[in-house]
Design a protein around this ligand. Structure first.
Ligand code: NAD
Ligand code: DAU
Length: 352
């Protein structure tokens, strides 16, 4: 039985990963370490809280004593680090916590894994550390071209700088000590359980309630959208079969301008709810994000060629599944948008 330490898996992608893995594997142990920040929510993994294959531990990846204790208790084979502060806008307002969790937290996990797995110059066999990273570490693209694994790192925001720093520490542990590592760099995810500070769930929630739809700048920035389950599949494949030391880009060749995404959500919800209060008049162009990256686009050829990964969910299907999920989980949305979210929203969108 493989034993995994998975971190940050009460958040969006991590909780989808828990669902994916526990539906796929009978003989597995997932120890899920999450601090439960504003972005982590036990409701996201409620159905697995009593499952003997899943142990939830509330705690910080920066806590050396706790992580060391978990390693000695569970003798992990694989560490997958999802835990991070993940929102670019928040990093622009408050970068320090991004350094703390994303950089120092990653270094702590690497160091604890090394202490557990490395003895007198030799690594125990069958071990793997996987860092869940982002295409944002590559910076921004012009009209042409794609990010390759060989594209130089050129992060712009405090968030992407913290993720790039973490990636460099992962690389350092491989290059210096020979640690068996992989890094995945994925494009924008969407799907169930995404916190509504991010474009797609924020727009779905605002459209439903006839609230202004805050589009940054001209709305012609391009993101490469991937349904979250396809990302989970890629992480599972890399954790099992990734070649030590390699980086794998993950993306679906699904580039869309933000304004297209917003108009699609308006159209879908208008038709689904038969509600004439839902129209493009809700779109409000607001001040642009500082240092806003214009375009991201991933070349996923390496993971396709080497591991046989491909995205299964086309955007047209994924967006319908996603809208359906949010319509069916109104209580979840109410719950996560109460409290801290209101304060954040008022500060962030006071211009609207
Ligand atoms: P999220 O913000 O939804 O969830 C992050 C989770 O990490 C939360 O459950 C939070 O409680 C936990 N966490 C934060 N700091 C912690 C700490 N110090 N110790 C323990 N737990 C902590 O993020 P997400 O969108 O699910 O992203 C997960 C990972 O994937 C991140 O590393 C992110 O950089 C990366 N990523 C995200 C996307 C995307 O589109 N969302 C794309 C590519 C890569
Ligand atoms: O590319 C991968 C990254 O995608 C991940 O590493 C990040 O964790 C994740 O948050 C996401 O970053 P983005 O900044 O691209 O995602 P966000 O949903 O915040 O914004 C998507 C685009 O929509 C971006 O161009 C900004 C724009 N936007 C966003 C919000 C929240 C708006 O126009 N209005 C908004 O209200």
């Amino acid at each position: 039985m493989k034993r995994y330490l998975i971190t940050g898996c009460a958040g969006f992608i991590g909780s989808n990963f828990v669902h994916y893995m526990l539906k796929k594997y009978e003989d597995i142990l997932l120890v899920n370490l999450d601090k439960l920040t504003y972005a982590g929510n036990l409701e996201n993994i409620r159905e697995w809280l009593d499952d003997k294959r899943h142990v939830f531990v509330q705690g910080d990846i920066c806590d050396k004593e706790l992580v060391t204790r978990l390693f000695s208790e569970y003798d992990f084979d694989v560490v997958i680090n999802f835990a991070a502060e993940s929102h670019v806008d928040r990093s622009i307002r408050n970068p320090e916590i991004f350094v703390q969790s994303n950089v120092l937290g990653t270094v702590n996990l690497l160091q604890c894994a090394k202490e557990a797995w490395y003895d007198q110059g030799t690594w125990k066999t069958g071990k793997k550390y996987l860092q869940v990273s982002t295409d944002e570490v590559y910076g921004a693209l012009g009209k042409e071209g794609f990010f390759m694994e060989t594209t130089p790192l050129d992060p712009h925001s405090p968030y992407s700088s913290s993720k790039a720093s973490a990636d460099l520490f992962v690389k350092a542990f491989h290059d210096t000590y020979g640690m068996p590592v992989n890094i995945t760099r994925c494009s924008n995810n969407y799907g169930p359980y995404q916190f509504p500070e991010k474009l797609i769930p924020l727009m779905i929630n605002n459209v439903r309630h006839h609230k202004a739809l805050p589009v940054y700048g001209d709305g012609m920035q391009i993101r490469d959208w991937l349904y979250v389950e396809d990302h989970c599949k890629a992480i599972d494949m890399v954790a099992n079969d990734g070649k030590d030391g390699e980086v794998y880009n993950v993306g679906g060749h699904n580039e869309r301008p933000n304004i297209f995404i917003v108009k699609t959500i308006i159209e879908q919800l208008h038709d689904r709810l038969q509600d004439d209060g839902i129209s493009e008049e809700l779109i409000t162009h607001v001040e642009d994000r500082l240092g806003h990256d214009r375009r991201y686009g991933i070349d996923p050829e390496k993971i396709r060629r080497d591991l046989g990964w491909y995205p299964e969910t086309p955007f047209e299907k994924g967006i319908v599944l996603t809208i359906d999920w949010y319509l069916e989980h109104e209580e979840w949305m109410k719950h996560v948008t109460s409290g801290e979210y209101q304060t954040y929203y008022e500060k962030m969108y006071r211009v609207v």
